[in-house]
Design a protein around this ligand. Sequence first.
Ligand code: EZ4
Ligand code: CO
Length: 412
Amino acid sequence: MRIARADVIVTSPSRNFVTLKITTDDGVTGLGDATLNGRELAVAAYLRDHVVPLLVGRDPARIEDTWQFLYRSAYWRRGPVTMAAIAAVDTALWDIKGKVANLPLYQLLGGACRTGLRAYGHASGTTVAELFDSIREHIAEGFTAIRVQTAVPGLGAVYGVATSSVAAQSAGERYDYDPAQRGAQPTLEEWDTGAYLRYVPTVFEAVRSEFGPELPLLHDGHHRMTTIQAARLGKALEPYDLFWLEDCTPAENQDALRVVRQHTTTPLAIGEVFNTVWDFQTLIREQLIDYVRAAVTHFGGVSALKKLADFAAQYQIKSGFHGPTDISPVGMAAQLHLGLAIHNFGIQEYMPPSAATSAVFQHAFTFAGGSLHPGEASGLGVELDETAAAGFPYQQAYLPYARLRDGTMHDW
Ligand code: EZ4
Ligand code: CO
């Protein structure tokens, strides 16, 4: 069997997605997710111009060798564009291997270690009352673990807090939080870390007294603190027993987490912007974190993420794979198969795809009772409706950015 063709499909049902579809000369197809939020077309061009011509004629069964070939022959290693492109190829080849074997991908990865994957949902509010409503809605949807994000008094829109109108929500278009906004320019938010640090512990105190001690609570710092600020927040949140504090410091500075670790026992998670195992080398070896946040989509695919999980397992560090709406149902399906098969699964972030997204990407994976399952279809269990996809052309959309109150650019 040989790879006959590979096509890059860009579609925007509710947001932009980049998908690679590999077709063999036997007519078997495989899908891979190459979505890079706000830089989608760079990955599409990397694939179309530089990767697809290398794939045609190759043996689709040689997944690891193809990964190593794409990684090493480019000379320029790592980086989000390169690794999202390699991820799409790797995932599509695993999909093909599963379909050829007539087995769901998790069976090829060693079989199930559990009956389902505990998911956490994103609750947020501009007031504490709104936040409580959002937490209650998530509990009603079945979630048994909740990420808590809050606006900060005196600041306008805050990254991570839902802003969609009630009308948009009732039209079925509400993600509790989808930060990319359509338009040619990224929107500007105002930020004040001091105000954030003073306010957040009071919100967790309120949430704990309303919802009790047992509900697992998570919080995402979105890389917005200096080292000592993160240490202070971790310490201040200890009484509220967080499941994790995510991205407390800028991910580039690995030494920061050594200092944070010396000051707090709040569990730490990081890595949604990491691309390779090398980004985790120090953090895992020195046990500076508790959860790895990488995603199949940005980390070089199933093969690379499995190696990361196995490395982390030696230190009892668990998975917490990134699962926002910019991971397409293809990327999500791939990491659900992996999460089911690894011993050190921790938790899976999950934002249910919109109705339009689910119509374009028809997926076998399910969410029920707070738990995700990849399903029993062969391969990934996702089919792309290309006619539906063509009805949603690419639209520019960008993540917002922030400046400090005095207009200067922040240093995180
Ligand atoms: O900022 O998906 O934990 N989840 C997050 C996400 C990311 C966006 C980036 O594209 O932090 O909201
Ligand atoms: Co995050």
